[in-house]
Design a protein. Structure first.
Length: 276
């Protein structure tokens, strides 16, 4: 428990991640001038990672079992005493330069109607990652998981990933990636935490949608981070099956083909942000 609430609490959930990759993430976080608390929640079968980092701002939590991405993050998000004024859900394969956390902190301080903010995300080669998304339809899930035809996938991605928008401008987006969720603590207290019915993939869609219904969920391109992203679920049958189950759970919860709210939100978002 904090004697004084930190400016930002940060949580990284790991599962057999390479230490050299995780180290980039950890050292990016620790370079800030803000008052922070970093939690490393380790879902791996062994606690080797816990021996690598020695900083009083870090708390290592070894779970000894893997209950999923959302469940791991909820260890902190359910305990408001452990959270800072803002809470960052951070992937273990993200890195960024000095000043990024400060920019996002200032943005949230100046925009009290924002519940979640995500910076611009790029690949290590500098290429943009299209991580602002519309709410996915069943067709989106199916094509992205199962249809290998490039032209069809590109057409789906163009719409879902908002390629029609200006990624150099701020946008209020219904689905921001879970790789970097800069959340307002008071909003999490009101809206709730990750739905643990989803083991992995789609829990970010669900949480961001719940936040979006009451607050802005903003894309803020003046801050930039780098993501060593690989679509693991498309390369591994076990991960693909986890992805399929997550999609079914999400669509059962929100609606399959007759989700009127999704239709209205997506239509509004395209109307506001289409520039191409």
């Amino acid at each position: 428990m904090f004697n004084k609430m930190a400016d930002i609490s940060i949580a990284i959930v790991t599962y057999q991640n390479k230490v050299e990759v995780l180290s980039q993430t950890v050292y990016s976080v620790l370079a800030t001038t803000l008052d922070i608390k970093l939690y490393i929640i380790d879902n791996s079968p062994t606690d080797i990672i816990g021996t690598f980092f020695n900083d009083p701002r870090i708390e290592y939590i070894f779970m000894s079992s893997n209950n999923g991405f959302g469940a791991g993050h909820n260890i902190i998000m359910r305990n408001l005493d452990k959270m800072g004024k803002y809470h960052l859900v951070l992937n273990p394969d993200i890195y960024f330069g000095r000043g990024v956390l400060e920019k996002l902190y200032e943005y949230m301080e100046n925009n009290l109607d924002v519940g979640n903010v995500m910076p611009k995300v790029i690949f290590p080669n500098g290429e943009l990652q299209y991580l602002c998304k519309l709410l996915p339809t069943p067709q989106d899930w199916i094509v992205r998981m199962f249809i290998p035809i490039k032209k069809i996938k590109e057409r789906i991605d163009y719409n879902l990933e908002m390629h029609f928008a200006d990624y150099d401008s701020e946008m209020n987006v219904p689905y921001l990636s879970g790789c970097f969720m800069f959340l307002r603590k008071t909003v999490i207290k009101e809206i709730g935490v990750f739905d643990e019915g989803i083991f992995m993939y789609g829990e970010d869609t669900d949480l961001n949608r719940r936040i979006y219904k009451k607050y802005k969920t903003m894309y803020y391109p003046k801050a930039v981070i780098t993501h060593n992203f690989e679509k693991g679920s498309h390369k591994n049958f076990r991960l693909l099956w986890i992805h399929i189950k997550a999609a079914i759970y999400y669509l059962n919860k929100w609606g399959w083909f007759f989700d009127k709210e999704r239709t209205l939100i997506n239509r509004k978002t395209k109307t506001i942000y289409s520039v191409k």
